[in-house]
Each structure stands twice: as C-alpha cells, then as structure tokens.
Design a protein around this ligand. Structure first.
Ligand SMILES: NC(=O)CC(=O)C(=O)O
Length: 266
C-alpha cells in the first residue's frame, strides 16, 4: 500500500485559491499511490484565527470541489486534510474530508480536541463528538487531527474500532517539533499501528510550522521523515505488518480494562 504525504507550504504570499489549485495539482501528481494525505487547515492556515469565519466552507464548498476532482483524476483515496467547516445550524468545525478514488466524499471527521486553551480554535470552533474510521481495501484508517495526537485514549478507541493506520493531519508549530515526533512514534508503538502524520511547511499568522511529516511503522521504526520545507513523502506500507506485530508481541491483549477507581487501601 503506497501512501503519499503532501507537506504543503502555507504562507501569506499565496492566496487560498492559488494554494487550492496547487494542492489539487500535487494530488494529481500522486497517481499510482493508494492513499494521499494533506495536512490540517492547509487552505486557510491552522493559526490564521482571524480568517476562520470569513474562509469557512460548507462540506460541498470550494475545497470539496477541488479535492473531489483531484482524487478522481489521480484515482487515489484522498485524506484531503481539514477545512474550517461552516455548519449552517451550528458553530464552525475543524473538519477532515476523505474521498474515495471515484471522488465521492467517503467520510468526514470533526477534530475532537480543540487547540488554544482559552483562545483561537478552542473558543471559535465546536468539538467533534465521534470517532471515525475508514475502510480501505488494504487497511482501516483511524482519523485524528493535530492536537488530538496528545490524547492516547482517542487512539485506543480507534484501534478498538479496527484501525490499523492512524492518519494525523496537522498544523504543528516548529517550537514543539520534538513533541510531534515523539508523540507520533509513541502512538505507533502503543497501538501497534502505522502512523501517517502530515504537517504543513512555511509560516502563517506569525507561527513557523514544524514540517517534519513522519511515517512510523507498527514497531515504532521511522520509515520516512520530511524536512521543514514543502515536500512530499512517499512510503510503501505493508498492511500485514500490523497483524504480525500484534501477534508476535501481543501487548494489546494484556490491557486491563474496567479497573475500579483508587480506593483507600493502605
Ligand atoms: N495546533 C495544534 O492543534 C496542536 C499543537 O500545536 C500542540 O502543540 O499540541
């Protein structure tokens, strides 16, 4: 199973329309891959809070249009990263779009953990409430977005739902790059799953992006890692390796669920 991660640059000198066209063309160049992944909020920029409301899109908006065509033209499964979704009956959401190779919108995922503490996304957007997996012929994708990476229980939920490849689009800042790499590897090791973590390059809203998109196998080996600049990583995954790892080192079977809360035992 061939996966391509497009670590696109998000910079203020490029319009959103121009970036959309460029992203679509980069996706088309990945013909031959099985799965292509774009990062979080690449049209507007994950930290461009002041533009969230004006650039919010519906689920059939301009990014949907461009990515649906690109997926069909390339004949790939496309995790098109996320958009600022305008829900006509609710708040904004940070919503990922996954297209099948015929360009159909197969699944959407609303980011569950919103970043910013008491500002930015955390106050401007609604929180997703649903775990999402996507069945591909060779693997089951478990979806998460950026800050979700810090919450291991979400990934356990995805594994319990059958995920074998954890896909994490992000707009991760350069100043916390070590956390990004460390957490991506940890999620792969503890869940005995592939991790495809795709970040952005460039600087927007004054926040330098980490880049360093990374692909980790179910044993925790780093199969590929990008530099800080715009780059596409292409990696061959072996879906059987997930089963082999889980059988040969069956730590997931040793989980102790449902233990009682701490008592007063001395
Ligand atoms: N931007 C995010 O969602 C997460 C992030 O920056 C972090 O450090 O966590």
């Amino acid at each position: 199973m061939r996966a391509s991660l497009i670590q696109i640059g998000v910079n203020p000198d490029e319009s959103i329309e121009a970036r959309r066209l460029r992203a679509a063309s980069l996706v088309r160049e990945q013909r031959g891959a099985d799965l292509v992944v774009l990062p979080e909020l690449w049209p507007v920029g994950a930290f461009a809070y002041e533009s969230f409301a004006t650039e919010a899109e519906s689920l059939d908006g301009p990014t949907y249009e461009a990515m649906s065509k690109a997926a069909a033209d390339a004949g790939v499964w496309l995790h098109a990263g996320s958009i600022v979704e305008r829900d006509p009956d609710g708040p904004l959401y940070n919503t990922s779009l996954v297209f099948s190779p015929d360009g159909e919108l197969a699944r959407t995922y609303r980011k569950i953990h919103r970043f910013g503490f008491d500002q930015g996304e955390a106050v401007m957007m609604g929180a997703g409430e649903e775990l999402v997996t996507v069945r591909l012929p060779e693997a089951t994708l478990g979806l998460a977005t950026c800050y979700d990476l810090r919450f291991p229980e979400l990934f356990r939920g995805l594994v319990d739902a059958g995920a074998t490849v954890l896909v994490i689009p992000a707009g991760w800042p350069a100043r916390r790059r070590e956390h990004w790499t460390l957490l991506a590897r940890a999620r792969a090791v503890e869940n005995q799953s592939y991790v495809l973590a795709c970040g952005t390059a460039g600087t927007h809203a004054g926040v330098e992006q980490a880049g360093h998109s990374i692909v980790v196998d179910p044993w925790g080996e780093v199969l590929a890692v990008a530099g800080p600049a715009e780059e596409t990583l292409t990696v061959d995954l072996d879906p059987a390796k997930v089963t082999e790892t889980r059988e040969q080192f069956p730590a997931l079977k040793d989980r102790r669920l449902g233990l009682p809360a701490p008592g007063n035992r001395r």
